[in-house]
Design a protein around this ligand. Structure first.
Ligand SMILES: C[S@@+](CC[C@H](N)C(=O)[O-])C[C@H]1O[C@@H](n2cnc3c(N)ncnc32)[C@H](O)[C@@H]1O
Length: 342
């Protein structure tokens, strides 16, 4: 039922590199057929949280992501603090009605790049208003997360990009103006759900779960580069920006999993996990693409790390990879490595 007549958004209504929404039936099937007594599901490279959403009706969910923007969205979808629908709806209606004319951080830095000047003014106004309302105690932490998520999904829908923020499409027409929708969140999340915003290798020893699902970046492409603008708006620290793509300093957000340190990081991570099953998504790009799209962890390295913890089975399903159109890679499949910890 739409709340107060506001159109809704679902967890998958955003573009995100490597998101597993289309693979949920496959992932569910592998877990249902091979894993017993799953009550706590940990999704420690959670991204959009899509995979957790397939388990959240029956399990307690633990999410984690190094990006604060993903943390806030995961808190909106899986958080345990209650929220007042009417309060959130009133904020969304107010935001959809305003047309601010004053300049702000967004309009000063992003006018006519990814968004028009008027949308930049609106995005900057909304983000500041959410933060001020949170500081004043008018909204609680979950309501803040829901409103920021609504803003990020709204931005993604109209951004003049091909889905990520490495560059904007100069000269392309702006697609309508920003409209906020109501995230289809739940009042009935499992009381034991927890959302983290940490580096996975630091967090891993502190997590206990029946199954840990791992979906690391596959290649050298850093998520903080691809989503710097959404991250900037989510964090709202208003840093100085650099270059044509208007990126903030992302040093603290870089992931080892996109570098030559990936295999070592993975092996250390797998060794530190407290769980009965480890489920890993990793495609079979290997060294078939260009250097940027080549997998950072080899199959041998994956098998060595997992086999040190238990029995490993591999499940495969055909899948079309993300490609900027330059590489023509066929015979691509998405694999799930399931380790039954012994
Ligand atoms: C392939 S995506 C996950 C996609 C997710 N399964 C989905 O369906 O949306 C990998 C995620 O890992 C996060 N990440 C990368 N390195 C990380 C690290 N060291 N610690 C925590 N999260 C990390 C990225 O920000 C990104 O969201």
């Amino acid at each position: 039922m739409p709340i107060e007549g506001i159109p809704e958004i679902n967890i998958n209504n955003r573009r995100y590199l490597g998101n597993k929404y289309r693979l949920l039936p496959f992932i569910r099937r592998v877990v249902d057929q091979n894993c017993a007594d799953i009550n706590v599901f940990a999704d420690l490279f959670a991204g959009t949280g899509a995979v957790s959403s397939a388990f959240s009706d029956n399990c307690a969910i633990i999410t984690n992501d190094i990006l604060y923007s993903n943390y806030l969205s995961n808190l909106a979808w899986f958080g345990t603090e209650d929220y007042d629908e009417k309060t959130v709806a009133d904020f969304i209606n107010f935001y959809n009605d305003i047309a601010p004319t004053e300049e702000n951080y967004m309009s000063e830095n992003f006018s006519n790049t990814y968004f028009s000047t008027s949308d930049c003014r609106k995005i900057g106004f909304i983000r500041r208003h959410i933060e001020d309302s949170s500081a004043a105690g008018t909204i609680n932490g979950r309501e803040r997360a829901i409103l920021v998520t609504s803003l990020l999904y709204g931005m993604d829908k109209i951004a003049r990009t091909c889905g990520h923020y490495d560059a904007y499409r100069k000269g392309a027409k702006f697609e309508g103006s920003i409209e906020l929708r109501f995230p289809r969140t739940s009042h009935n999340n499992n009381a034991a759900n927890i959302c983290f915003n940490r580096d996975i290798n630091e967090l891993a020893p502190e997590v206990e779960a029946d199954i840990v699902y791992l979906d690391p970046p596959y290649n050298s492409r850093q998520y903080c580069d691809a989503y710097h603008l959404l991250e900037n708006v989510a964090r709202w620290e208003q840093p100085e920006l650099q270059g044509v793509a208007r990126k903030m300093d992302r040093t603290a957000l870089k992931s080892d999993y996109c570098t030559r340190r990936a295999a070592d990081a993975f092996s250390q991570l797998v060794g530190a996990l407290n769980c009965r099953y480890i489920l890993l998504s990793y495609n079979n790009m290997g060294t078939k693409g260009d250097d940027r799209s080549n997998a950072r962890i080899s199959d041998d390295e994956i098998m060595e790390a997992l086999a040190a913890r238990g029995r490993v089975a591999i499940f495969e399903e055909n899948y079309r990879p993300f490609s900027a159109g330059k590489s023509n890679i066929e015979d691509n499949s998405e694999r799930l490595f399931l380790c039954t910890v012994e």
